[in-house]
Ligand binder design. Structure first.
Ligand code: SAM
Length: 277
Protein backbone atom coordinates (compact mmCIF):
# COMPACT_ATOMS: atom_id res chain seq x y z
CA UNK A 1 0.00 0.00 0.00
CA UNK A 2 1.04 3.60 -0.56
CA UNK A 3 0.79 6.32 2.06
CA UNK A 4 -2.74 7.13 0.91
CA UNK A 5 -3.93 3.55 1.50
CA UNK A 6 -4.29 2.77 -2.22
CA UNK A 7 -2.09 0.32 -4.15
CA UNK A 8 1.22 1.64 -5.58
CA UNK A 9 0.81 3.13 -9.06
CA UNK A 10 3.01 0.49 -10.69
CA UNK A 11 0.58 -2.16 -9.44
CA UNK A 12 -2.39 -0.10 -10.67
CA UNK A 13 -0.86 0.19 -14.13
CA UNK A 14 -0.14 -3.52 -14.23
CA UNK A 15 -3.50 -4.72 -12.96
CA UNK A 16 -5.44 -2.47 -15.37
CA UNK A 17 -3.12 -2.96 -18.36
CA UNK A 18 -2.36 0.76 -18.68
CA UNK A 19 0.72 0.63 -20.89
CA UNK A 20 1.41 4.22 -21.95
CA UNK A 21 0.21 5.28 -25.40
CA UNK A 22 2.33 7.84 -27.21
CA UNK A 23 -0.62 9.05 -29.28
CA UNK A 24 -2.30 10.24 -26.06
CA UNK A 25 0.82 11.99 -24.76
CA UNK A 26 1.03 9.52 -21.87
CA UNK A 27 4.05 10.01 -19.64
CA UNK A 28 2.96 8.93 -16.18
CA UNK A 29 4.24 10.14 -12.82
CA UNK A 30 4.50 7.25 -10.40
CA UNK A 31 6.27 8.90 -7.49
CA UNK A 32 3.72 10.19 -4.99
CA UNK A 33 6.33 12.51 -3.45
CA UNK A 34 6.64 14.29 -6.78
CA UNK A 35 2.90 14.45 -7.43
CA UNK A 36 2.58 15.78 -3.85
CA UNK A 37 5.06 18.52 -4.73
CA UNK A 38 2.95 19.52 -7.75
CA UNK A 39 -0.18 19.60 -5.58
CA UNK A 40 1.64 21.85 -3.07
CA UNK A 41 2.71 24.21 -5.88
CA UNK A 42 -1.01 24.87 -6.40
CA UNK A 43 -1.26 26.32 -2.86
CA UNK A 44 -3.95 25.58 -0.30
CA UNK A 45 -6.48 23.20 -1.82
CA UNK A 46 -8.72 22.57 1.16
CA UNK A 47 -11.51 24.92 -0.02
CA UNK A 48 -10.80 24.37 -3.70
CA UNK A 49 -12.42 22.49 -6.52
CA UNK A 50 -9.60 21.28 -8.74
CA UNK A 51 -9.98 20.69 -12.45
CA UNK A 52 -7.48 18.13 -13.72
CA UNK A 53 -6.94 17.25 -17.37
CA UNK A 54 -5.64 13.75 -18.06
CA UNK A 55 -5.59 11.96 -14.70
CA UNK A 56 -4.37 8.74 -16.38
CA UNK A 57 -3.78 6.06 -13.71
CA UNK A 58 -4.42 8.71 -11.04
CA UNK A 59 -1.05 9.65 -9.54
CA UNK A 60 -1.58 13.41 -9.45
CA UNK A 61 -5.29 12.95 -8.73
CA UNK A 62 -4.44 10.96 -5.62
CA UNK A 63 -1.94 13.61 -4.49
CA UNK A 64 -4.55 16.34 -4.92
CA UNK A 65 -7.10 14.42 -2.85
CA UNK A 66 -4.51 13.40 -0.25
CA UNK A 67 -3.56 17.12 0.03
CA UNK A 68 -7.15 17.80 1.02
CA UNK A 69 -8.71 19.15 -2.20
CA UNK A 70 -12.41 19.59 -1.47
CA UNK A 71 -13.30 18.24 -4.90
CA UNK A 72 -11.48 17.07 -8.01
CA UNK A 73 -13.09 17.05 -11.44
CA UNK A 74 -10.88 15.07 -13.81
CA UNK A 75 -11.29 14.83 -17.59
CA UNK A 76 -9.75 11.73 -19.16
CA UNK A 77 -9.91 10.60 -22.76
CA UNK A 78 -8.45 7.11 -22.33
CA UNK A 79 -11.27 4.78 -21.30
CA UNK A 80 -8.74 2.17 -20.13
CA UNK A 81 -8.04 4.44 -17.11
CA UNK A 82 -11.64 4.72 -15.90
CA UNK A 83 -11.67 1.59 -13.72
CA UNK A 84 -8.49 2.58 -11.91
CA UNK A 85 -9.93 6.07 -11.37
CA UNK A 86 -13.18 4.60 -10.03
CA UNK A 87 -11.11 2.90 -7.30
CA UNK A 88 -9.66 6.29 -6.33
CA UNK A 89 -13.16 7.74 -6.33
CA UNK A 90 -14.40 4.98 -3.98
CA UNK A 91 -11.50 5.65 -1.65
CA UNK A 92 -12.47 9.34 -1.42
CA UNK A 93 -16.29 9.20 -1.44
CA UNK A 94 -18.02 12.18 -3.04
CA UNK A 95 -14.80 14.04 -3.81
CA UNK A 96 -13.69 12.81 -7.25
CA UNK A 97 -15.75 13.16 -10.39
CA UNK A 98 -14.26 11.63 -13.52
CA UNK A 99 -15.52 12.85 -16.86
CA UNK A 100 -14.72 10.58 -19.79
CA UNK A 101 -14.03 12.67 -22.86
CA UNK A 102 -11.80 14.96 -24.85
CA UNK A 103 -10.57 18.02 -22.96
CA UNK A 104 -10.52 19.98 -26.22
CA UNK A 105 -14.30 19.60 -26.41
CA UNK A 106 -15.03 20.55 -22.79
CA UNK A 107 -16.60 23.77 -21.62
CA UNK A 108 -14.39 24.27 -18.57
CA UNK A 109 -16.21 27.39 -17.39
CA UNK A 110 -19.43 25.36 -17.08
CA UNK A 111 -17.61 22.52 -15.33
CA UNK A 112 -16.23 25.05 -12.89
CA UNK A 113 -19.65 26.61 -12.43
CA UNK A 114 -21.11 23.23 -11.47
CA UNK A 115 -18.47 22.88 -8.75
CA UNK A 116 -19.78 25.98 -7.01
CA UNK A 117 -18.31 27.23 -3.74
CA UNK A 118 -14.63 27.91 -3.14
CA UNK A 119 -11.96 28.75 -5.68
CA UNK A 120 -11.42 26.66 -8.81
CA UNK A 121 -7.82 25.67 -9.49
CA UNK A 122 -6.57 23.95 -12.61
CA UNK A 123 -3.80 21.44 -11.91
CA UNK A 124 -2.52 19.04 -14.56
CA UNK A 125 0.33 17.05 -15.97
CA UNK A 126 -0.88 17.89 -19.46
CA UNK A 127 -0.53 15.73 -22.52
CA UNK A 128 2.15 17.64 -24.43
CA UNK A 129 0.32 17.51 -27.74
CA UNK A 130 -2.58 19.63 -26.48
CA UNK A 131 -0.99 21.52 -23.56
CA UNK A 132 -0.31 24.81 -25.35
CA UNK A 133 -3.72 24.79 -27.04
CA UNK A 134 -5.49 24.36 -23.69
CA UNK A 135 -3.39 27.04 -22.02
CA UNK A 136 -4.19 29.53 -24.78
CA UNK A 137 -7.90 28.78 -24.44
CA UNK A 138 -7.75 29.34 -20.68
CA UNK A 139 -5.75 32.56 -21.09
CA UNK A 140 -8.16 33.97 -23.66
CA UNK A 141 -11.53 33.33 -21.98
CA UNK A 142 -13.83 36.30 -22.46
CA UNK A 143 -14.98 36.64 -18.85
CA UNK A 144 -12.33 38.23 -16.65
CA UNK A 145 -11.54 37.54 -13.84
CA UNK A 146 -11.73 34.00 -15.24
CA UNK A 147 -13.40 30.93 -13.77
CA UNK A 148 -10.11 29.76 -12.24
CA UNK A 149 -8.09 31.20 -9.36
CA UNK A 150 -4.82 29.67 -10.58
CA UNK A 151 -3.32 27.17 -13.01
CA UNK A 152 -0.49 24.81 -12.08
CA UNK A 153 0.58 22.97 -15.20
CA UNK A 154 3.35 20.72 -16.46
CA UNK A 155 4.95 21.59 -19.81
CA UNK A 156 8.10 20.76 -21.65
CA UNK A 157 10.79 23.09 -20.28
CA UNK A 158 11.09 24.89 -23.62
CA UNK A 159 7.35 25.72 -23.62
CA UNK A 160 7.52 26.77 -19.95
CA UNK A 161 10.31 29.20 -20.84
CA UNK A 162 8.17 30.71 -23.59
CA UNK A 163 5.27 31.17 -21.15
CA UNK A 164 7.33 33.09 -18.57
CA UNK A 165 9.62 34.88 -21.09
CA UNK A 166 10.37 38.58 -20.76
CA UNK A 167 11.11 41.07 -23.58
CA UNK A 168 14.59 40.80 -25.02
CA UNK A 169 14.89 37.03 -24.66
CA UNK A 170 14.80 34.54 -27.52
CA UNK A 171 11.91 32.70 -25.85
CA UNK A 172 9.73 35.85 -25.82
CA UNK A 173 6.89 35.59 -28.32
CA UNK A 174 3.12 35.35 -28.63
CA UNK A 175 2.72 32.98 -25.69
CA UNK A 176 4.79 35.19 -23.37
CA UNK A 177 2.81 38.31 -24.32
CA UNK A 178 -0.51 36.56 -23.76
CA UNK A 179 0.52 34.98 -20.44
CA UNK A 180 2.21 38.17 -19.24
CA UNK A 181 -0.78 40.28 -20.22
CA UNK A 182 -3.36 38.32 -18.23
CA UNK A 183 -1.40 36.48 -15.57
CA UNK A 184 1.65 36.44 -13.39
CA UNK A 185 3.45 33.29 -14.48
CA UNK A 186 6.46 31.62 -12.94
CA UNK A 187 8.29 28.33 -13.24
CA UNK A 188 7.81 26.50 -9.93
CA UNK A 189 10.36 23.70 -10.53
CA UNK A 190 11.82 21.38 -13.16
CA UNK A 191 11.12 17.68 -13.48
CA UNK A 192 13.74 15.42 -15.09
CA UNK A 193 12.76 12.92 -17.80
CA UNK A 194 13.49 9.93 -15.52
CA UNK A 195 10.62 10.97 -13.23
CA UNK A 196 8.13 9.84 -15.90
CA UNK A 197 7.14 6.41 -17.20
CA UNK A 198 8.05 6.24 -20.03
CA UNK A 199 10.59 9.10 -19.87
CA UNK A 200 10.07 11.85 -22.45
CA UNK A 201 13.11 13.14 -24.40
CA UNK A 202 13.31 16.49 -22.63
CA UNK A 203 13.12 18.10 -19.19
CA UNK A 204 9.71 19.32 -18.03
CA UNK A 205 8.71 22.24 -15.80
CA UNK A 206 5.73 23.00 -13.62
CA UNK A 207 4.40 26.50 -14.32
CA UNK A 208 2.16 28.36 -11.87
CA UNK A 209 -0.06 31.10 -13.30
CA UNK A 210 -2.24 33.49 -11.31
CA UNK A 211 -4.71 35.73 -13.17
CA UNK A 212 -4.10 39.47 -12.89
CA UNK A 213 -7.05 41.21 -11.23
CA UNK A 214 -7.18 43.89 -13.94
CA UNK A 215 -5.12 43.23 -17.04
CA UNK A 216 -4.72 46.29 -19.30
CA UNK A 217 -7.85 46.50 -21.45
CA UNK A 218 -7.41 45.03 -24.94
CA UNK A 219 -9.44 42.98 -27.34
CA UNK A 220 -8.04 39.49 -27.18
CA UNK A 221 -8.51 38.62 -30.88
CA UNK A 222 -6.90 41.86 -31.98
CA UNK A 223 -3.96 41.31 -29.63
CA UNK A 224 -3.59 37.87 -31.23
CA UNK A 225 -3.48 39.40 -34.71
CA UNK A 226 -0.89 41.99 -33.68
CA UNK A 227 1.43 39.49 -31.98
CA UNK A 228 1.04 37.05 -34.86
CA UNK A 229 2.11 39.70 -37.36
CA UNK A 230 4.89 41.11 -35.18
CA UNK A 231 6.49 37.79 -34.22
CA UNK A 232 5.77 36.20 -37.61
CA UNK A 233 8.77 38.19 -38.81
CA UNK A 234 10.56 38.65 -35.52
CA UNK A 235 13.93 39.64 -37.01
CA UNK A 236 12.37 42.42 -39.09
CA UNK A 237 11.62 45.96 -37.97
CA UNK A 238 8.05 46.45 -36.82
CA UNK A 239 7.21 48.88 -39.63
CA UNK A 240 7.70 45.90 -41.95
CA UNK A 241 6.21 43.10 -39.86
CA UNK A 242 2.97 44.94 -38.99
CA UNK A 243 2.60 46.50 -42.44
CA UNK A 244 -0.73 44.82 -43.11
CA UNK A 245 -2.17 46.29 -39.89
CA UNK A 246 -1.10 49.87 -40.57
CA UNK A 247 2.71 49.80 -40.61
CA UNK A 248 4.63 52.97 -39.76
CA UNK A 249 1.55 55.17 -39.27
CA UNK A 250 0.09 52.69 -36.77
CA UNK A 251 3.35 52.52 -34.81
CA UNK A 252 3.64 56.31 -34.66
CA UNK A 253 0.03 56.52 -33.46
CA UNK A 254 0.91 54.04 -30.70
CA UNK A 255 4.06 55.99 -29.79
CA UNK A 256 6.38 53.13 -30.73
CA UNK A 257 9.58 53.60 -32.74
CA UNK A 258 8.88 51.87 -36.11
CA UNK A 259 12.47 50.61 -36.32
CA UNK A 260 12.14 48.45 -33.22
CA UNK A 261 11.74 44.66 -33.38
CA UNK A 262 8.87 42.64 -31.87
CA UNK A 263 10.97 40.99 -29.18
CA UNK A 264 11.88 44.36 -27.62
CA UNK A 265 8.27 45.42 -26.94
CA UNK A 266 6.86 45.09 -23.44
CA UNK A 267 3.38 43.65 -22.86
CA UNK A 268 2.13 47.21 -22.17
CA UNK A 269 3.46 48.33 -25.57
CA UNK A 270 1.76 45.41 -27.32
CA UNK A 271 -1.49 46.42 -25.66
CA UNK A 272 -0.99 50.03 -26.78
CA UNK A 273 -0.28 48.87 -30.32
CA UNK A 274 -3.38 46.65 -30.29
CA UNK A 275 -5.57 49.50 -29.09
CA UNK A 276 -4.24 51.74 -31.89
CA UNK A 277 -5.18 49.35 -34.72
N1 SAM B 1 -1.93 12.75 -14.73
C1 SAM B 1 -1.22 11.52 -15.08
C2 SAM B 1 0.14 11.55 -14.43
O1 SAM B 1 0.57 12.64 -14.04
O2 SAM B 1 0.77 10.49 -14.34
C3 SAM B 1 -1.10 11.34 -16.59
C4 SAM B 1 -0.46 12.48 -17.34
S1 SAM B 1 -0.14 12.12 -19.04
C5 SAM B 1 1.16 13.26 -19.36
C6 SAM B 1 -1.47 12.87 -19.94
C7 SAM B 1 -2.87 12.29 -19.74
O3 SAM B 1 -3.79 13.02 -20.55
C8 SAM B 1 -3.02 10.84 -20.16
O4 SAM B 1 -3.70 10.14 -19.16
C9 SAM B 1 -3.86 10.88 -21.44
O5 SAM B 1 -4.66 9.74 -21.65
C10 SAM B 1 -4.69 12.13 -21.20
N2 SAM B 1 -5.18 12.79 -22.43
C11 SAM B 1 -4.55 12.87 -23.64
N3 SAM B 1 -5.27 13.58 -24.51
C12 SAM B 1 -6.40 13.97 -23.83
C13 SAM B 1 -7.54 14.75 -24.19
N4 SAM B 1 -7.68 15.27 -25.42
N5 SAM B 1 -8.48 14.95 -23.26
C14 SAM B 1 -8.36 14.43 -22.00
N6 SAM B 1 -7.29 13.71 -21.61
C15 SAM B 1 -6.33 13.48 -22.50
Amino acid sequence: MSMDGLPPLRAVIESHGLQAKKSLGQNFLLDLNLTGKIARAAGDLTEAAVIEVGPGPGGLTRALLFSGARRVIAVERDERCLEALAEVSNHYPGRLEVIAGDALKMDFASLAGAASGGPVKIVANLPYNIGTELLIRWLTVTEWPPFYASMTLMFQREVAERIVARPGSDAYGRLGVLAGWRTEAKIAFDVPPQAFTPPPKVTSSVVHLVPRASPLPAEVKKLGRVTEAAFGQRRKMLRQSVKSLGGEALLIRAGIDPTRRAETLSVEEFVRLTNSV
